[in-house]
Write a protein that binds this ligand. Structure first.
Ligand code: G4P
Ligand code: NA
Ligand code: NA
Length: 195
């Protein structure tokens, strides 16, 4: 979980802070820079490869870009839980998640056809905040009989408690940038060593 210097530097130089939300829409959450996402996902894949997953699992929408490239790097398929189109081939796995940032509930749905008993699953997503999304993905994968070996996120908000929550479920967490706090419109990040 060491900070990945190129990401830390870009967040420090370019992110805007909107209350408790870190905005990096221009390279991760709205506009996508393929070369940079490739670099980030490649680094995450390196950290997750020891789990020898045979499936990467994420959620719509912002998880798809990094998860796809992690999956490609590790030569395994990627499945994303659907949030906007809830009809999937039966049997369906589904969980309701309360989103404090949006103030409403989201339903995530995965077709049980695409997660099989005994599969080795690794979760990938853009942000780890409270960890509710990741916990729902872990729970659905386990309901399908799969093993969840680890989880990787591009950005971790350390002042939320997602890491403790996910690790309490027996899933080790790896992240590329750790936001310690958001103060007066500024993001304070854990600093990379040797710089
Ligand atoms: P949790 O899943 O970790 O419990 O987090 P929470 O409910 O707090 O977050 C809900 C949504 O907001 C998630 O996106 C999450 O990625 C996003 N989010 C949380 N904190 C930040 C932040 O500081 N910056 C940005 N840009 N996003 C944040 P989602 O509901 O999965 O939506 P989508 O954008 O992937 O469709
Ligand atoms: Na997300
Ligand atoms: Na998001």
């Amino acid at each position: 979980t060491a900070p990945y210097a190129p990401l830390v530097r870009r967040i420090e130089a370019e992110a805007s802070v909107d209350g408790q939300i870190l905005r990096i829409d221009h390279f991760l959450n709205h506009r996508i820079e393929p070369a940079f996402i490739f670099e980030l996902a490649h680094e995450l894949a390196k950290r997750l490869s020891a789990f020898q997953p045979n499936l990467i699992l994420t959620a719509e929408a912002s998880g798809i870009a990094p998860a796809l490239i992690v999956a490609q790097t590790l030569s395994v398929p990627m499945v994303y839980a659907k949030k906007y189109s809830r009809q999937v081939e039966a049997p369906a796995l589904s969980r309701l998640i309360h989103s404090p940032t949006k103030g409403d509930d989201n339903r995530l749905v995965i077709s049980g056809r695409y997660i099989k008993p005994g599969q080795r699953v690794v979760i990938v997503d853009d942000f780890l905040a409270n960890g509710r999304t990741a916990a729902a993905l872990i729970d659905m994968a386990r309901e399908a009989g799969a093993q969840v070996l680890g989880a990787g996120f591009v950005v971790e908000k350390c002042f939320k408690h997602g890491r403790q929550f996910i690790e309490s479920l027996g899933v080790p967490v790896s992240t590329l940038a750790q936001v310690e706090h958001l103060d007066n419109g500024r993001a304070i990040l854990t600093q990379p060593r040797d710089e």
